[in-house]
Design a protein around this ligand. Structure first.
Ligand code: ADP
Ligand code: 5GP
Length: 201
C-alpha cells in the first residue's frame, strides 16, 4: 500500500480554515485531522483531545526536547504543535491526514516532509477577514488587532504553497480542496503499488 497524503492547510486567522476543515471531514470519510497540542487556554465549548490537547508550557517544552513534534510554533504568545508519532503512523498505514496549522509550522513541515500538499486559504479581503474574526466572537479587541497585523504579513507567504484557495464562499472553497486532494491522490508517483499490482494480474 502506498503512503497516505499529508495535507497542510494554513492561512491567516479567520480565513476560514476551521470551517472548511470541518466540512471536509464530513464529506470525506477516509480522512482525519491531526489534533494539535497547545498551551492556549480552552475556549468555551472546546474539548480536550478533540479541538486540542491542552498542556502547560513546561510540558510543551519537555515534548520539544523529546522531539515529539512534527512541527511547532509560537503563535500569538502560545505554543502550538503537531504530535509527530500519531500523524506519521497514520500516513505510513495509508491514511490521509490534515494538519490545520499556522504558516511558520507549514514551512517547517515543508522542510521536513516535502511530500506534503500545501494549501493556503486566502480571505477575499482584509476588511472581510476582520469582519469574520469579529463575527466569530471568540477574541478580544487586542487579540483581533494582533491577528490583523499578522495577517498582512502572512499573505506574502502564499507563494510558498502548492495551492491558493480563495474562501469567498465556503462550499466552493471546500469543493476546490476536495478536487485538489483527489488530483494529488491520483498522481502516478503516489500509486506505485497500484501500478505494480496491475502488472502482476
Ligand atoms: P480560522 O480557522 O481560519 O481562524 P474560522 O473557520 O474560525 O477561521 O472562520 C472565522 C469566521 O468566519 C467564523 O465565524 C466562520 O463562520 C466565518 N467564515 C468562514 N468562512 C466564511 C465564508 N466563506 N463566508 C463567510 N463567513 C465565513
Ligand atoms: P487558535 O488559537 O485560533 O485555535 O489557533 C491559532 C493559530 O494556531 C491558527 O492559525 C492555527 O492554524 C494555528 N495552529 C493550530 N494548531 C497548530 C499546530 O499544531 N502547529 C502550528 N504551527 N500552528 C497551529
Amino acid at each position: 500500500m502506498d503512503k497516505g497524503l499529508l495535507i497542510v492547510i494554513s492561512g491567516p486567522s479567520g480565513s476560514g480554515k476551521g470551517t472548511i476543515c470541518k466540512r471536509l471531514l464530513k464529506q470525506m470519510k477516509d480522512i482525519s485531522i491531526s489534533v494539535s497540542a497547545t498551551t492556549r487556554k480552552p475556549r468555551v465549548g472546546e474539548v480536550e483531545g478533540v479541538n486540542y490537547y491542552f498542556i502547560d508550557k513546561k510540558e510543551f517544552e519537555k515534548r520539544i526536547e523529546q522531539n515529539k513534534f512534527l512541527e511547532y510554533a509560537k503563535v500569538y504568545g502560545n505554543y502550538y504543535g503537531t504530535p509527530k508519532e500519531k500523524a506519521l503512523e497514520q500516513i505510513e498505514s495509508g491514511n490521509d491526514v490534515i494538519l490545520e496549522i499556522d504558516i511558520q509550522g507549514a514551512l517547517q513541515v515543508k522542510d521536513n516532509y516535502p511530500d506534503g500538499v500545501f494549501i493556503f486559504i486566502m480571505p477575499p479581503s482584509l476588511r472581510e477577514l476582520k469582519n469574520r474574526i469579529e463575527g466569530r466572537g471568540t477574541d478580544s479587541k487586542e487579540v483581533i488587532a494582533k491577528r490583523m497585523e499578522s495577517a498582512c504579513e502572512e499573505l506574502n507567504y502564499a507563494f510558498q504553497y502548492d495551492y491558493v484557495v480563495l474562501n469567498d464562499e465556503v462550499e466552493a472553497a471546500t469543493d476546490k480542496i476536495r478536487h485538489i486532494i483527489s488530483a494529488e491522490k491520483n498522481k502516478a508517483i503516489r500509486n506505485k503499488t497500484l501500478i505494480n499490482r496491475i502488472k502482476e494480474v
